[in-house]
Design a protein around this ligand. Sequence first.
Ligand code: ATP
Ligand code: MG
Length: 323
Amino acid sequence: MENLLNIKDLSVSFKTDEGIVRAVDSVSLTINKGEVLGLVGESGCGKSVTSMSILRLVSSPPGSIDSGEITFDNKNLLSLPIEELRKIRGKSISMIFQEPMTALSPLHCIGNQLVETLQFHTNINTKKAWQVGEEWLHKTGISDPVKNMYAYPFQLSGGMCQRVMIAMALMLDPKLIIADEPTTALDVTIQAQVFDLMREMKKKDTSLLLITHNMGIIWEMCDRVAVMYASEIVEVGTVMGIFKKPLHPYTEALLNSIPLISVKRNKLESIPGQVPSPLNYPKGCRFQDRCKYTFDKCRREHPPLYNIGGNQARCFLAEDRNK
Ligand SMILES: Nc1ncnc2c1ncn2[C@@H]1O[C@H](COP(=O)(O)OP(=O)(O)OP(=O)(O)O)[C@@H](O)[C@H]1O
Ligand SMILES: [Mg+2]
């Protein structure tokens, strides 16, 4: 499979009054052409910061990308001149944020924003761009697109703004879509419609980095999944493999917290205990205080990511668990 995006050893931190927050710690991930990679993990584990680093959207200060390389189409995005990065943002790589208002301007009507984005990246004339905008509003399930092209974000519901942002992200036929909890604000029918659109994009070889708390969505949409815990990757593998035999106890706990009756509608239930503070991670394994398999070594040494049959897991017991 052809590699499209390669994140290598990415570390990101924030300076706060309490100290340095290590938000992302030596994260490496790859996404292949046409692949859907899921990124899952508890709130605060570093999913959004990882995804925002790809397009250098982490605000600095207080944030800083301390190390790493992010290669896309043979270019290192972290050292690319900003003008070149702007051409990639929204065109080759588009982003759907957790919060739609971060992507939409309150001052311009929806139609003008869609037209402006189309014209920034292509030579399309205004009339044609307006039509394309309308078509995409229709495709993302917005009622009365002709009228809503003239609406301002504040006149639309949160769910509708979310769909406008999705239209904006998909309409330029990107090579990679980064979607951060893209459908949380949408009702189930519209959610299904948005995922259908994404599946269609996948058929055209578009890759997707899909961040979600919902293991049901991972199961339905993704080819592979990366699990984050306390700023690190703790497991990466195929969705099938991970659901069948999770190698990291945290992944196992995540899967056990899905209510069995309806995988589709689950929300992650909490796992007992607390995530350690990113201001001060413990020596050894970061999951040690919540893990039912913890033994001496887990408190003494930080486990590396072990490669096991094509998957990776950061656990001393991973090999045994694979038997
Ligand atoms: N601007 C900021 N200033 C200080 N700390 C930050 C900032 N942005 C993020 N962080 C910290 O970085 C860590 C990772 O945050 P991130 O938003 O990536 O988590 P997440 O996995 O996306 O969580 P959620 O599932 O709630 O969206 C957290 O500890 C968070 O508090
Ligand atoms: Mg987030």
